[in-house]
Design a protein around this ligand. Structure first.
Ligand code: AMP
Ligand code: GLY
Length: 424
């Protein structure tokens, strides 16, 4: 069968890579894809002009099912368009995707359904927002209500920083309509983990656990990014914690959405803060897989991804099971010069490590023109390796990263350090 993956990042390359391994999949179309998917066997890039045009393509090519990677197509209603055309697609509808596209929606949903999260209030008026900050004190967290490509959250250490963020969003319109409402949230301390499941609207199948590194520089310094590396499993998620997250966060969310008449089908990513008390609290929901978490997760998946996605589309995830490689997978992101503020485009990629069974280079911001690979954006590659320990996976991944050559390449040298502290 032919399948379609929507998106063009490292996450989508990893999804396409797994789907292409399925014995039943003859072709994976990727819209719009990247330089890596352009030159992979059994993958072909196709244009993504509009949801309607892509649905037309899926119909005329007889695509068996479609998987959506990023949040923007989901928030624009790609699932609604495909379903209306009678096409099989895995992802939340536009209204279900509000769990990510509106922080206010997500917070009030969690409060209504008793899902553990930080206390909050929502404001459109800057004076009232500043008064709330004065009352609660710092540290405190200011979040734009809408999608802001990772720029919508300010963890303010002082009331001054909090007020500056409020003014930038509510008075100066710095984030446009996404920042016309702000959620002000209590600061939570602890360790973060990504908890990702597949949901079919009623049941949930947990994927392997993972943890990413959001800051640009070693030792979690520098600006926030989409993620500079990730590994799986995340030792912070113990079996007891895993059960607790499923019981107190994931299942109440899926049941709550169904009870609200907006059944949630798709990947669901809960960003968690694990407190010093061992209690998990929800920082945010994403209605998609994480990037770069997906790359190590897909490296470890031993089951047929196409079968799992079909089980989800058919609402029989309760009978599905996912098998995972027992080893650790660890992915190091190689980013463009100037990332995240002003990534440089056009640098020529002159050398890449060869893929092996245990080490794969997933592409993100790359393009293939006339057999030349060039840099097109922020995160360029995610070099992902499997090893018997965190240290072994790290060693193999970094050995491969050393073979990457393009001008201005930057990467962290400490991916996996939190897991190393716990293990090894
Ligand atoms: P979000 O997009 O909501 O996950 O926020 C981005 C990042 O901001 C998270 O990964 C956390 O590092 C941090 N963050 C968000 N909310 C809080 C909070 N309530 N307390 C502490 N840190 C937070
Ligand atoms: N790596 C974090 C995210 O995908 O949101």
């Amino acid at each position: 069968m032919k399948v379609l993956v929507i998106g063009g990042g490292g996450r989508e390359h990893a999804l396409a890579w797994q789907l292409a391994r399925s014995p039943r999949v003859q072709m994976v179309y990727v819209a719009p894809g990247n330089g890596g998917t352009a030159r992979s066997k059994r993958m072909r890039n196709v244009p993504y002009a509009s949801n309607e045009a892509l649905a037309g393509f899926a119909r005329s090519e007889g695509v068996a099912f479609t998987v959506v990677g990023p949040e923007a197509p989901l928030a624009s209603g790609v699932v609604d368009v495909f379903r209306a055309a009678g096409l099989r697609i895995f992802g939340p509808t536009r209204s279900a995707a509000q769990l990510e596209s509106s922080k206010d929606y997500a917070k009030s949903f969690m409060q209504r359904h008793g899902i553990p999260t930080a206390g909050y209030r929502t404001f459109t008026d800057a004076t009232a927002a500043r008064a709330y900050v004065a009352e609660r004190g710092a540290p405190i967290v200011i979040k734009a209500d809408g999608l802001a490509a990772g720029k919508g959250v300010v963890v303010a250490q002082t009331a001054g920083e909090a007020n500056a963020a409020i003014d930038a969003m509510l008075l100066d319109n710095r984030l446009g309509s996404s920042g016309a409402r702000v959620v002000i949230e209590d600061f939570l301390d602890g360790e973060e983990a990504s908890f990702i499941v597949m949901s079919d609207g009623r049941h949930a199948l947990a994927l392997a656990t993972s943890q990413d590194h959001k800051r640009l520089l070693d030792g979690d310094q520098g600006p926030n990014t989409g993620g500079m590396g990730a590994y799986s499993p995340a030792p912070v998620v113990t079996p007891t914690l895993h059960a607790k997250v499923m019981r107190e966060i994931i299942m109440p969310t899926i049941q709550g959405m169904a009870a609200d008449g907006i059944p949630y089908s798709g990947f669901l990513y809960a960003g968690l803060m694990i407190g010093k008390d061992g209690e998990p609290r929800t920082l945010e929901f994403n209605c998609r897989l994480g990037d770069p978490e997906t790359q190590p997760i897909m490296m470890r998946l031993k089951s047929d991804l196409a079968q799992l996605i079909e089980a989800a589309i058919d609402a029989r995830l309760d009978r599905a099971e996912a098998q995972w490689d027992r080893r650790t997978a660890l992915g190091v992101v190689v980013a463009a010069h100037g990332y995240p503020d002003a990534p440089r485009r056009g640098d020529l990629i002159t050398r890449l490590p060869a893929d092996t069974d245990d080490c794969v280079t997933f592409h993100a911001g790359t393009a293939l023109d006339d057999a030349r690979l060039t840099v097109t954006g922020g995160r360029v590659l995610c070099v992902t390796a499997l090893g018997d320990s965190v240290r072994a996976a790290q060693k193999l991944a970094y050995h491969a990263v050393e073979q990457v050559e393009f001008s201005g390449a930057q990467f962290r040298r400490d991916i996996g350090y939190r897991a190393l502290r716990k293990h090894d």
